[in-house]
Design a protein around this ligand. Structure first.
Ligand SMILES: Nc1nc2c(ncn2[C@@H]2O[C@H](COP(=O)(O)OP(=O)(O)OP(=O)(O)O)[C@@H](O)[C@H]2O)c(=O)[nH]1
Ligand SMILES: [Mg+2]
Length: 300
């Protein structure tokens, strides 16, 4: 580890507050495997990650974990104990766990998530795991920033979740059906195998975070998926897409800030007043304002 846990904690806090990554960090990223673990509230994502950490550490790998929106509306504070259970790894220098609060109701990413992933990557963790609550709307976001998407479900989910499932299925590289101990599902012992004809066939793995069944198998499939990404050059494509998405997000944020700033100018205020008074059409207002803000003329 090139950076001490304590320094990393401070750095992550600064990133969370919107500071950019120190300039020498980004060039050191790209080595960690980034895995997203997403799924409806309460299916056992955190409990699975807790088990995964054990398995990864047994293999001598280090892990950074980012948990987004830990207080889901359904499970709420009652599961604090489970979150604390994950924190049992906090004494381990090979594990770093950080929860990030989000304003989004359905999970998704916080603005600083990509930067924090980079920080953990540059800090030298072998694998960075991002937990998000996915209910069918925002999960595309997580798919944009990770290499491998693990979607966690459990049998007998409610109707609403069943409907949202298709959105989740679209982004899943690995599908996990957790809580196998509660249902008749055979806690699968399917071993990881290489993709067929160079194509990735999404496996479905039954696990129990409660008794540890299927965790080794899940780890094996995560390794197999990464090997597939490297062999098929899909990793390069996914990372190019992630870089593009990140730049677009930052540009949007920058442009939005300059728009808001420009609108404070008296001239802009009077344009807005004219729109409110129906003296000026909103489109014409945009035409006038965009020339001031972006220095650009209307695009045909
Ligand atoms: N029986 C059983 N219970 C489990 C299993 N995995 C998790 N649980 C329980 O299910 C509840 C939710 O587990 P979490 O790990 O907090 O689930 P989560 O998906 O991270 O939940 P949120 O982050 O709140 O969306 C807890 O009470 C866990 O103890 C499992 O494999 N079997
Ligand atoms: Mg959780």
């Amino acid at each position: 580890m090139t950076i001490q846990q304590r320094d990393l904690t401070k750095l992550v806090t600064r990133l969370e507050c919107g500071e950019p990554l120190p300039s020498d960090f980004y060039s050191r990223t790209g080595k960690a495997r980034i895995v997203g673990i997403t799924g409806p509230p309460g299916v056992g994502k955190s409990s699975l990650i807790d088990r995964l950490i054990d398995e990864l550490r047994r293999q001598g790998k280090t892990a950074g974990v980012i948990v987004i929106d830990p207080s889901s509306p359904i499970s709420g504070g009652a599961l604090l104990g489970d979150r604390l259970r994950m924190q049992r790894h906090s004494e381990d220098a090979g594990v770093f766990i950080r929860s990030l609060a989000t304003r989004h109701h359905h999970g998704g990413l916080t603005d600083s998530t990509p930067q924090i992933i980079h920080a953990l990557d540059a800090a030298g963790f072998d694998i960075v795991i991002v937990e998000t609550v996915g209910t069918g709307q925002d999960e595309v976001e997580v798919a944009e920033v990770v290499d491998t998407v693990v979607v966690v479900l459990m049998p007998e989910l409610g109707d609403e979740i069943q409907r949202a499932k298709s959105g989740l299925m679209e982004i899943a590289d690995i599908l996990v059906i957790n809580k196998a101990d509660l249902f008749d599902g055979d806690a699968a012992r399917r071993e990881a195998r290489p993709p067929n004809d160079g194509k990735w066939e999404r496996p479905t793995i039954h696990t129990s975070a409660k008794n540890g069944d299927g965790i080794t198998s899940l780890c094996g499939w995560m390794d197999a998926h990464y090997a597939y990404l490297v062999d098929s050059k899909e990793l390069t494509r996914r990372r190019a897409r992630a870089a593009r998405a990140e730049v677009i997000r930052l540009l949007q944020s920058r442009v939005r800030t300059s728009i808001l700033r420009a609108l404070e100018a008296p001239q802009a205020q009077s344009i807005l007043t004219d729109v409110a008074k129906r003296k000026l059409d909103p489109y014409d207002a945009v035409e006038k304002l965009s020339q001031k803000i972006l220095g650009s003329k209307k695009q045909e």
